[in-house]
Design a protein around this ligand. Structure first.
Ligand SMILES: [Zn+2]
Length: 84
């Protein structure tokens, strides 16, 4: 089933844990939830793609590299994606 409604809260959670996801640091349950959200949320899939590209470019990305301002910017960015 891939018909779960997409809500902002889930998207925000995804942004919070995306670095852990990419580092393989999530628990199985968290990762399953993350993947399930990706199934239904185009904006987050694009966001994840962008994060992967960023990591390739800069070599690595850790939580410490993301200052709060940058995080807010990313969140607004993909909210805009979700609206299109
Ligand atoms: Zn989402």
């Amino acid at each position: 089933m891939a018909t779960a409604p997409v809500d902002d809260l889930a998207c925000q959670e995804l942004v919070e844990i995306v670095t852990n996801y990419l580092e393989g640091a999530l628990s199985d349950a968290e990762r399953a939830r993350f993947d399930a959200h990706l199934e239904v949320c185009e904006g987050c899939r694009r966001y994840l793609d962008q994060m992967r590209t960023t990591i390739r470019v800069v070599g690595s990305l850790t939580e410490e590299d993301l200052d709060p301002g940058a995080k807010d910017q990313l969140l607004q960015l993909f909210r805009a994606w979700n609206r299109t």
